[in-house]
Design a protein. Structure first.
Length: 327
């Protein structure tokens, strides 16, 4: 069960009536279209182991956000689930239906992952019916941010995703775009950006005509308790990057310190974003992000995620929205 809340009703979110999820709802990007620059980095597994969507969408509550951006073409929705289990069920349906939509429309589905608890929230996709019903051959998987460590390192977002999700579904290995873990942070960011540019040229990744930045079909993101998303942290100059697609950080306040990250222009050019946020530890940042008392001078990174022309859906649980009624 979940609740959908519009901006006007955010203050009453915790008490909003539960809605029953409405469930309703393929050409190939040939392997030859995958550029060598991207191919070479995904051949090996981590070294330590062997081995017109109709998602649970409720009335598309267009949340008036704040003055952060003019997002006339953007919609925001807040879904509040009774439990993390319900959230995971709904997130799988949402993702599977977007996969079907984009595979039918453009022959490929570009999905971007973050690290953190998101990967566990995707677990239902690795089970029936999705394991068999999703056309995994159309998936192209990217990371919104990655720690600059070896792919078999415990801190690697690639390893996290591989262990919890990618190793359990039949996505062609050549369509999983991990960073080049032999490079420095700066080199890995440059390399990943070059990879994205090549995939845009080859038609695997769409471009946003509106922004001139790549337009990923779905970015599946998490948020830290401080309101960071990707590796874009509050008060860090990287949040103001306007040119680069991918950049790097060497002083991340969340360890490990060296990371690469998509920039806001890339995040905000997405067609769909699912922001998966659970637990009371996120309640303060959720309150600030969804409050109507924002000022443009002290925006958290999560508040700067405003799609130019897309749909932004919060997948949250009750503890995460527990401070909303205090707005
Ligand atoms: O590499 C990272 O550190 C993550 O990509 C990071 O941005 C994460 O998504 C958030 O910190 C939320 O993580 P949790 O969901 O685990 O709180």
């Amino acid at each position: 069960m979940y609740t959908s809340v519009s901006a006007a009703a955010v203050a009453a979110a915790a008490a909003a009536a539960a809605l029953v999820p409405r469930l309703t709802g393929r050409r190939s990007a040939p392997a030859s279209r995958i550029p060598e620059i991207c191919r070479r980095r995904i051949r090996s597994k981590p070294r330590t182991f062997s081995s017109s969507p109709s998602f649970p969408i409720v009335p598309a509550a267009a949340m008036a956000t704040d003055g952060a951006a003019s997002d006339a073409g953007s919609k925001k929705k807040l879904l509040i689930f009774d439990s993390e289990e319900d959230l995971a069920v709904s997130l799988a349906k949402y993702t599977a239906e977007l996969s079907e939509k984009f595979a039918a429309e453009r022959g490929a589905f570009t999905a971007v992952l973050s690290g953190g608890s998101l990967i566990q929230a995707l677990r239902k996709l690795t089970e029936p019916p999705y394991l068999d019903s999703v056309d995994w051959s159309k998936w192209h998987v990217f990371w919104v941010d990655e720690r600059v460590v070896r792919k078999d390192h415990v801190d690697s977002n690639y390893k996290l995703a591989f262990d919890g999700f990618l190793s359990k579904v039949p996505i062609p290995p050549g369509q999983v775009y991990a960073i080049n873990d032999a490079l420095s942070a700066e080199g890995a960011a440059d390399d990943y950006e070059a990879c994205l540019k090549q995939l845009v040229k080859n038609g695997v990744i769409s471009m946003s005509a509106a922004t001139g930045f790549p337009r990923f079909d779905l970015q599946l993101l998490g948020m830290g308790p401080d309101g960071h998303i990707a590796s874009l942290f509050p008060g860090h100059p990287l949040v103001n990057e306007k040119e680069r697609w991918v950049t790097y950080i060497k002083d991340s306040p969340k360890p490990p310190p060296e990371r690469i990250t998509f920039t806001f222009p890339v995040i905000n050019s997405s067609a769909y974003v699912a922001m998966v946020v659970t637990g009371v530890g996120k309640a303060g940042a959720v309150q600030k992000a969804l409050s109507d008392k924002q000022t443009s001078s002290d925006l958290l990174p999560v508040e700067m995620a405003v799609l130019q022309d897309g749909e932004f859906t919060w997948f949250s649980d009750k503890p995460a929205v527990s401070m909303l009624q205090n707005n």
